[in-house]
Design a protein around this ligand. Structure first.
Ligand code: PAF
Length: 295
């Protein structure tokens, strides 16, 4: 496994790989890797000749700067996991390698004009205003900004993302299409702890007791999946809220049943060809999200 910090050196290496007509699979991450990330690497290994994993804690997607400070940075341990998973290349740049000072100016970051951050005006419409977009203003603009940069640097044939960040995946698909990037976006299944908790780097910040309490999040979502044929959207959401409220340590931020493509909230299952239930909660100081595709 080769580790690069410089864009130029990475690109020189990737050019020689492309000259050998080898395909490149790409797994972008912010590090603090767990088995969920490794499942993406395994998937990429299965259908690409060479796998690149980026590890970069992207400052422009944090709307809360203390969250950015607290974000775990575990590069040495991450590289060990990646080596074991037979990843070929790690790209771990410094912030100054990825951004100019002007790009890091947070006041400019917040402007609506996406051509500032993406090089071209794009419109995410409702995808960026509902759920996570409503709770974390500017977050998806930062995600799209860094992923578009990484896509331009790596130029992969395929890029792999976990379905846990369902809305992020929709944003990235839309961005790739609008920027006309010839990259296939592959959605990978959520990997769960034995008690059903969706794997996330944030789980590291939960106590043992909180981890076990967190099982109720996915249980609530799977109950909706079992019952959606016989109950209304309104009743299911109400019962889900009541279920979550049985654990006082957990506060519900939102639960939404939405069309899987537009992410528009639905009030009747007849409105949509495919639907997903998404949830965000606070458990102690940790914010957790999860989702289950209903049909
Ligand atoms: O999902 C993540 O880890 C990040 O949002 C991503 C896609 C690597 C962009 O920083």
């Amino acid at each position: 496994m080769i580790i690069f910090n410089s864009i130029e050196q990475l690109q020189n290496h990737l050019n020689s790989i492309r000259n050998q007509k080898k395909s490149v699979g790409f797994v972008p991450t912010m590090g603090a890797l767990h088995q969920g990330h490794i499942s993406l690497i395994n998937r990429a290994k299965a259908d690409s000749d060479v796998v690149v994993c980026s590890i970069f804690v992207n400052p422009t997607q944090f709307n809360d700067l203390s969250d950015l400070d607290k974000y775990p940075r575990t590069l040495a341990a991450d590289c060990q996991l990646l080596e074991k998973a037979n990843c070929d290349i790690v790209f771990a740049p410094e912030v100054t390698e990825m951004y100019t000072e002007a790009e890091l100016d947070l006041k400019k970051q917040k402007i609506e004009d996406k051509s500032w951050t993406l090089g071209k005006q794009v419109d995410f419409g409702m995808l960026e205003t509902v759920m996570e977009g409503a709770q974390r203003p500017g977050h998806f603009n930062g995600v799209a900004q860094v992923v578009s940069k990484l896509f331009r640097i790596v130029s992969p044939d395929k890029a792999y993302f976990g379905q846990k960040d369902f809305q992020q995946l929709a944003i990235i698909r839309s961005m790739t299409k609008q920027l006309e990037m010839p990259i296939q976006i592959i959605a990978c299944d959520i990997i769960r702890e034995p008690n059903g908790l969706a794997m996330s780097s944030r789980n590291e910040r939960l106590t043992k007791e909180e981890r076990s309490l967190a099982a109720i999040i996915s249980q609530t979502l799977y109950t909706i999946k079992q019952e959606y044929l016989s109950k209304s959207v309104g009743v299911l959401k109400q019962e889900a809220l009541q279920n979550i409220q049985t654990v006082p340590a957990i506060t519900m931020e939102y639960i939404e049943i939405s069309d899987s493509d537009s992410l528009q909230a639905i009030s009747d299952f007849k409105q949509s060809k495919s639907a997903v239930v998404c949830i965000a909660v606070k458990l102690g100081a940790v914010r957790l999200i999860d989702n289950v595709v209903l049909y």
